[in-house]
Design a protein around this ligand. Structure first.
Ligand code: AMP
Ligand code: GLY
Length: 418
């Protein structure tokens, strides 16, 4: 089969590497791809991930049999619907199901309607009403822009003043454009966070191994939120009992309710969970693989990823036995100094060939120039390794990091701890 993966970060590198291992893959393309992805797929840097007509034309012109859409924005914009209308099979939810990520107002009302555990909340479209609500509720409190905001539309406010400032930024100053036309204000929960990704064909749901990402830029969860500075798989907090409880109270009800709403979800659904003292709660849904969680998770997968993808698309996931390797995996992100603020690009990366066997370096923001890799984004590399247990996996990933360098490289030293 000829396959096109849409996207160009570390997650897409891990997906392309897993697909490249499938004996049924003939030609593998990635649009736009990146420097590292070019080692496993033919990249098309001229096609950005949100370019729906560009992706459709490329697929038709290059006899692509199957398109895997990885990022949130083309999914929300209905890229899978348009591909299918053009007669091209595609992996990922339709636009009307991707809304579970693209609108927090939708997802919160959906959870309320179906009794899925989530923080208590109200929604607002008028700033004055939101400000009055904050006054009445007090802090800590959480303010969330309705729409997609590159993972930056959530403010966990410790004071009323901070919450009010967030409302002004999001609703009045339109920091995230129309994504902030409506907001959700919700109660602040506490407890360990766990990510569970699951394959689903709309009826059958198969959770992957659990994971945990680290969103803050610095050690000890300090500094601003990022796209994710590292991840581990599985999460030590996620016991078999919790897994059974989540299946009963969250996973299955979500999939069944989406079908009942006429929004059957086929693809990968991401459950961002908080393990509170009252049980697991949904913090957020995403309609896709997480980044960087995908890097350690796919490192643990022991089944042909293309077989799973096609079973999802064709509605026969129940026939597939999804298997996992034993042990654990960890991914440490090496970022450009300054990220998530301003940072330099174009710096040469050294030592990629020197990493020990068993360490996989997924590229998130790199370009290949004159035979050498250079930085081209905030998150640059995801250094990933397995181990017999979590401590070993983490040690192996950091052993890889030690060999790699570029000017002003920044990484957390506490991935998997705490
Ligand atoms: P989200 O983009 O919705 O996952 O939110 C980003 C981060 O904000 C989460 O990973 C949590 O750490 C935090 N967060 C979101 N909602 C809440 C909440 N209701 N209570 C406490 N922390 C939250
Ligand atoms: N790592 C968080 C996300 O992919 O949304």
């Amino acid at each position: 089969m000829n396959i096109l993966v849409v996207g160009g970060g570390g997650r897409e590198h891990a997906i392309c590497a897993a697909l490249a291992r499938s004996p049924r893959v003939n030609k593998l393309y990635c649009a736009p791809g990146n420097g590292g992805i070019a080692s496993v797929a033919e990249c098309r840097p001229e096609i950005v991930a949100t370019d729906i007509p560009g992706v459709v034309h490329f697929a038709l012109d290059n006899a692509v049999d199957y398109v895997m859409v990885a990022p949130d924005d083309p999914l929300a914009a209905g890229m899978v619907d348009v591909l299918e209308d053009a007669g091209i099979r595609a992996f990922g939810p339709h636009g009307n199901a991707a809304i579970i990520e693209a609108s927090k107002v939708f997802s919160k009302n959906f959870m309320r309607k179906y009794g899925i555990p989530t923080a208590k909340f109200e929604t607002f479209s008028v700033p004055e009403d939101a400000l009055a609500y904050i006054e009445a509720q007090g802090a800590p409190i959480v303010v969330k822009a309705d729409g997609l905001a590159l993972g930056k539309g959530v403010v966990v406010a410790q004071t009323v003043a901070e919450a009010k400032a967030a409302i002004t930024e999001i609703m009045v100053n339109e920091k995230f454009g129309h994504s902030g036309d409506e907001i959700v204000i919700e109660e602040c929960l506490s407890g360990p966070e766990v990510t569970v990704l699951a394959f689903t064909d709309g009826t059958t749901i198969v959770p992957m191994l659990s994971s945990r990402d680290h969103k803050r830029v610095n050690d000890n969860d300090e500094g601003p939120n990022t796209g994710g500075m590292g991840a581990i798989c599985p999460s030590p907090n996620y016991t078999p009992e919790l897994a059974a409880q989540c299946m009963e109270t969250i996973f299955r009800p979500t999939i069944d309710a989406m079908r009942a709403e006429g929004r059957e979800f086929r693809g990968v659904i991401y459950f961002g969970l908080m393990l509170t003292k009252n049980g697991p709660y949904v913090i957020e849904y995403n309609a896709r693989f997480g980044d960087p969680e995908t890097q350690p998770i796919l490192e643990m997968l022991d089944t042909d990823l293309l077989d799973i993808f096609e079973a999802v698309t064709d509605g026969r996931l129940a026939e597939i036995d999804v298997k996992w390797k034993s042990g654990a995996a960890a991914c440490v992100v090496m970022a450009s100094g300054g990220y998530p603020g301003d940072y330099a690009k174009g710096l040469e990366i050294h030592g990629l060939d020197a990493v020990p066997d068993g360490v996989t370096v997924y590229h998130a923001g790199t370009k290949l120039k004159d035979g050498a890799y250079h930085t081209s984004g905030g998150r640059v590399l995801g250094v990933t390794a397995r181990g017999g247990n979590l401590a070993e996996a983490i040690a192996n990933a950091y052993d890889g990091v030690k060999h790699i360098s570029f000017d002003n490289a920044h990484y957390r030293t506490d991935i998997g701890k705490g």
